[in-house]
Structure formats: C-alpha cells, structure tokens
Design a protein around this ligand. Structure first.
Ligand code: NZQ
Ligand code: ZN
Length: 384
C-alpha cells in the first residue's frame, strides 16, 4: 500500500427529516446565500425547508445553476456575495449546484481573471464556508474537495481539487431523492459505481481494506440501483444508494492505492461538446477502457470478476470478458446506452475529443500514464 494522508472535515447529517438540523451548523448571525439549480429544489419543497431552518438569518436565494455549472452564471453569484457581504453559502441540489457553490466560495477571493485562477494559475488560498443539502446521490461532491466547472465560451470543462473546498456539512436525506426522474437516478448509480471502479480497477498494492470496501460499495449499487427504478420511494433502497454514492468519492477508498480516472477525463469532451450527461459519458467509455487495458488491469479484473460478479468458471480471459460484458449490461439495464452512436454523435467526434485532451494537457491518462493519443483513439473507436 502507498503512503497516504487522509483528511475529511465534512460533517454528515444523514437521515429522514434532517434539514431542520442545519440551524445548528451555521452561525446565528450568518448572512447566507442559498444556491439551487433549475427549480427542482423549489418545486419539491426542499428550498422551503432550508429557508425555514435558517430562521431569522438574513438570506438571499440564487437559482439557475445549470447541470454542468457554467462559469458565467456562477460569476453573477460571486458579485452578489461581494455586494451583499454574504459569509456562508448553502447549496441545495445535486453535484452541479454543490460544485458551482464551491467555485463561488473560492472565486470571491480571486484576484484578476477568475477563470485563470480557477484552472490553476494561482492556488486557492481562501474560501467561504459551504454547507449543502443533497438531492441527487451521484458525485460525492457533498463530502469532497472537488469541483468541476464548465466554461461554455471556451468550450472547457475542468476540475479543481482543494482542501478548502470541502463542505463544512452535508445533509443527506434519502427522501429527497424520491423525486428524481429515472434517468437521473440511473446517472447517479452509474456515476458512483464508476467512481469506485476508477479507484479499484487498476493494479494490486495489497490495499485489502480499500478493495473490500470498494467491492461492498459496488455490490450495493448493483443490488440497489435497479430497485430504485422500480420502487422510487423505497427509503431503505434510496438510503443505501445515497450513502454508497457519498463514500464512493469521499476519498476513503482511494487512499494508498493507484487511481485511473481516464474515463472521467475522456468523458468531459462529450459533455461540453455534445451535451451528454456526465454519467452517460462514463457508461460509454469505461467498458472500452477495461477492454483496451485488459493486460495492465489483469489481476484486478480477475478479482473484480470473482468478487463482484461471482465468476469463477472458465479461463482467465473468459472471466475477464464476462465481467466487462456484465458491467456494460448493468449500465444498459439501468437505462443508459453504452455506445456513442446510440446518442447520434458523429464518428468525427473521436478526433475532436483527442484535440480537446491535447489542448488542455490531459494526456497521458490512466494509472500507468500509458493512455496517449493512440490508446484514446482505440478506446473511443471501441466506444462508438
Ligand atoms: O437543476 P434542477 O432543477 O435542480 O434539476 C436537476 C438537474 O436537472 C435534477 N435534480 C437534482 N435533484 C433532483 C432533481 N430532479 C428532481 N428531483 C431531485 N431530487 O437533476 C439534474 C442533474 O443534476 P446535476 O446536479 O447536474 O447532476 P449530478 O449530481 O450528476 O452532477 C453532475 C455534475 O457533477 C460533476 C459532473 O461533471 C457534472 O458537472 N462531477 C463532480 C464531481 C465532484 N465534485 O467530485 C465528480 C464527478 O465525477 C463529476 O465530474
Ligand atoms: Zn463522475
């Protein structure tokens, strides 16, 4: 196992009817900006619950944060924070609202060009405190220090990771996910599953705890994901999915082990240029990554085949192929097509994706940094 530091300061407030408990997490004299997305949090009463919990604190609402949150929209919130002397941010929504709110929290203190600062020209030194109320279990943003922002003017979608971006608290009420449309439920389950895969399907380093933990999360998502589509208001099912998704990317299973993330990096192009949901891009690309990386991932693929899919018969090659095919079937059964052509995307996108990856210096990818232009082309051609 590799050396590691593990730090996670986010308080989790989990369970039914917990939104009222945010009162105890925020200073009584806080001036709060409550952020939300396109309206689901208003429509389903979550915003009302949050505002009630704020009591007599001064607050301003900021809605309209898009899925794959846009830099321009978020900069409007930054102005409001500055002019209204806001000192606490509460995000109400899924990964996009939470990521967008983390950006606002940091951008308030940026000097000069905020986009340049965000993409790394100056390190984040300070950020406002953020709390969140999660409505879509998927990204793990509620308990990590990552934020992914899209700049549509530059056709860029880039992530930032910083300990200052961890939310101070996250309220996880599984009932809040009852109202998700089926395809967003599916997106969440598949995104969380692939977060685990990115940290597990690499090569063995005797990370026994991380492996067993990761396998437990994957098995839970495989078992509970399809149930949530059939019984959207089954509390136990929603709770299992919500807690799995948070733990899939709160850093714990990734400590001391190699990590891949190539499917994620390749996927961003298809969201920004072709409008695919984040999880759709992953469901398309991951099976091809596993196929192309069969040799370098061999030992972990065999472990995955046996422990996650129960495959013990046949040759090693057969077990690996079967595990990759069951992975694809899981995504398809959740209702997410796993080939680019199913979304009407032109084959020329493969070349464009390579140009995108080169432009933003994202290559080479993978745990061995052995996915360059040739391999990306192979992977995306297989994904087509
Ligand atoms: O905008 P509203 O009206 O709220 O509707 C949203 C949105 O249209 C809807 N929704 C959310 N909760 C709902 C609901 N509809 C009904 N009932 C509810 N309870 O769902 C739609 C999608 O929401 P979004 O927040 O975009 O989805 P998700 O949570 O999947 O977040 C995706 C974003 O997170 C980034 C992705 O790249 C993408 O930008 N990621 C962030 C990561 C992180 N911070 O660690 C890691 C991930 O790999 C990912 O990259
Ligand atoms: Zn993801």
């Amino acid at each position: 196992m590799f050396n590691f530091d593990y730090y996670n300061p986010t308080r989790i407030i989990f369970g039914s009817h917990r939104i009222k408990d945010l009162d105890a997490q925020i200073p009584a004299n806080a001036r709060v900006l409550v952020t939300y997305g396109g309206g689901s949090a208003k429509k389903h009463g979550t915003m009302d619950e949050v505002i009630q919990a704020l009591g007599s604190r001064k607050y301003i609402e900021f809605g309209g944060i898009e899925p794959n949150p846009h830099y321009d929209t978020l900069m409007k919130a930054v102005e409001i924070v500055k002019t209204e002397q806001i000192d606490y941010l509460i995000a109400v929504g899924g990964g996009s609202v939470i990521d967008g709110t983390k950006f606002i929290a940091a951008a308030v203190y940026f000097e000069g060009d905020a986009w340049q600062a965000w993409i790394g020209s100056t390190p984040i030194k300070k950020a406002l405190p953020v709390g969140c109320v999660l409505t879509l279990p998927a990204t793990g943003s509620e308990m990590n220090g990552t934020s992914v922002i899209s700049n549509t003017a530059l056709n860029a979608k880039l992530s930032n990771k910083n300990p200052l971006l961890f939310p101070q608290f996250a309220i996880l009420d599984p009932r809040k996910s009852y109202t998700l449309p089926p395809h967003q439920t599916a997106n969440g389950v598949v995104d969380a599953f692939i977060h685990v895969v990115e940290q597990y399907l690499t090569y063995p380093v005797y990370g026994k705890v991380q492996d067993r933990y990761a396998e437990g999360l994957m098995l839970t998502l495989i078992e509970e994901g399809p149930k949530a589509l059939v019984e959207p208001e089954n509390y136990d099912v929603r709770a299992a999915i919500m807690w799995s998704a948070t733990q899939a990317l709160n850093g714990l299973i990734g400590v001391g082990v190699p990590q891949d993330w190539s499917s994620h990096r390749m996927g961003y192009y298809f969201t920004i240029y072709h409008g695919l949901d984040h999880a759709q891009t992953l469901a398309i690309i991951l099976p091809a990554v596993l196929e192309i990386q069969k040799e370098s991932k061999r030992l972990k693929l065999l472990q995955y085949a046996e422990r996650v899919w129960g495959l013990t018969d046949g040759s090693e090659e057969q077990r690996i192929n079967h595990a990759i095919s069951l992975t694809r079937t899981f995504f398809e059964d959740m209702g997410i097509p796993t080939y680019l052509r199913a979304y009407g995307i032109p084959e020329s996108s493969i070349d464009e994706a390579i140009i995108y990856l080169e432009k933003f210096n994202l290559l080479p990818l993978g745990e061995h940094k052995d996915i360059g232009v040739i391999e990306v082309r192979k992977i995306l051609s297989l994904s087509y």
